[in-house]
Design a protein around this ligand. Sequence first.
Ligand code: PLP
Length: 193
Amino acid sequence: MSEIGRKKISAKADQFTESVIREMSRVALQYGAVNLAQGFPDFPCPLELKQAAYEAIEADVNQYAITWGDRPFRQAIANKVRWYLGLDIDPETQITVTCGSTEAMAAVMLATVDPGEEVIVFEPYYENYGPDAILAGATPRYVTLHPPDWTFDQSELRQAFNANTKAIIINTPHNPTGKVFTRDELSLIAELC
Ligand SMILES: Cc1ncc(COP(=O)(O)O)c(C=O)c1O
């Protein structure tokens, strides 16, 4: 608190905690433990990518980018999705490029959820979903995934859905458990949605 009794940071930011992943890396370093919390690339960036970056710098490609992604990039993503998943995606209307999935999740939550609405989150959950919910003013409704195969109780999920439910976060394969949601589980979620 400052002398005039006002906090310098917002009430929302005040609720954020330190990243659990970063904290675990710090503790692992402190005790010389094997760090399973965070992955660090131990291979070089592909040559083609470095070459393209050099060429873009050389060519003074330095104007404002289209905020939802360069057209050739979105087209390339659509091509990959068609080849990899067999889905026909329109790069003009159905692809938005973001700076990682962290930005994508925050953007989607802010774009779809109003304060007071509920978002269903399976727990344990990837740590960013907490701050995402805070930013959107959403109330998280947690549904537990149970070991050893990290299934959820169907009636618990049914009960979590109510008139205030606006979204459900599905992370599959799931971090931190590695669970892949089955077709039956996804069908139930689809039915409840
Ligand atoms: C479920 C999940 N979401 C988001 C992220 C962060 O992804 P990005 O670096 O693309 O923001 C990770 C990273 O491990 C993750 O596991």
